[in-house]
Design a protein around this ligand. Sequence first.
Ligand SMILES: O=c1ccn([C@@H]2O[C@H](COP(=O)(O)O)[C@@H](O)[C@H]2O)c(=O)[nH]1
Length: 270
Amino acid sequence: MTFTDQLAAAWQDNDSLLCVGLDPDPAKFPAHLKGRDDAIFEFCTAIVDATADLACSFKPQIAYFAARRAEDQLEALIAHIHEKHPGIPVILDAKRGDIGSTAEQYAVEAFERFRADAVTVNPYMGRDSVEPYLAFPDKGVILLCRTSNAGGSDLQFLDVGGEKLYQRVARLAAEQWNTSGQIGLVVGATFPAEIARVRQIVGDMPLLVPGIGAQGGDVEATVNAGKTAKTTGLMINSSRAILYAGQDENYAAAARRAAQETRDAINRYR
Ligand SMILES: O=c1ccn([C@@H]2O[C@H](COP(=O)(O)O)[C@@H](O)[C@H]2O)c(=O)[nH]1
């Protein structure tokens, strides 16, 4: 099954546009996990198992694992998701971007080593830097377009011949690069007007939308700006607001409540 098909099924089966972000920070873990060699895996699998029926996708952010030399725990976590929750696609948030020969290695890392269903990619080195990921026909390739941080405007808002750079990225992706239907775009929930503009340009292409929860993006405005005619098309990510909803040994139950509230809030505006 392709990433796109898997995502469409998860949207429907779990009645959810919520992407649960997995950004494990050991400094925020409950006391009983602190000091354990497998703390990151244990923390994340408990969150995954508590929220899988509420999510359309999971998004581990690779920096949180690599910073702690915990790539082995990331591999085990993704294997766990595939084994226990096989319908839920995993988006590896790695934001890779390099010349083609190096991108080939990054693609193998994401899709063969980590077994992700999709990976985030920085498109600013152009088409040949994206093609190695597209060579994996079942996988999703999610390009940075209009990121959620304030500084994203420094470059993404530059005028490039009558349109903004992020709009050019959206247009290139939709009209020239997406020949196999594998591409999605990252557009921040902190900028709903730009979500609406991107949606106009790209039709029904899936959008990964970080920025609700800890970053303060507005759920109603995000859904209204980004939903497709089928009231899907979005993977609305929340990481810290779900992961750290509780601080004690009941953190997974607290995460479930936060995920349920977020999923339901999103659905209210579909
Ligand atoms: O534009 C972007 C692209 C990626 N992210 C990532 O999403 C999550 C957001 O975490 P929260 O705790 O919900 O704020 C994080 O992994 C970022 O690296 C983003 O925020 N904005």
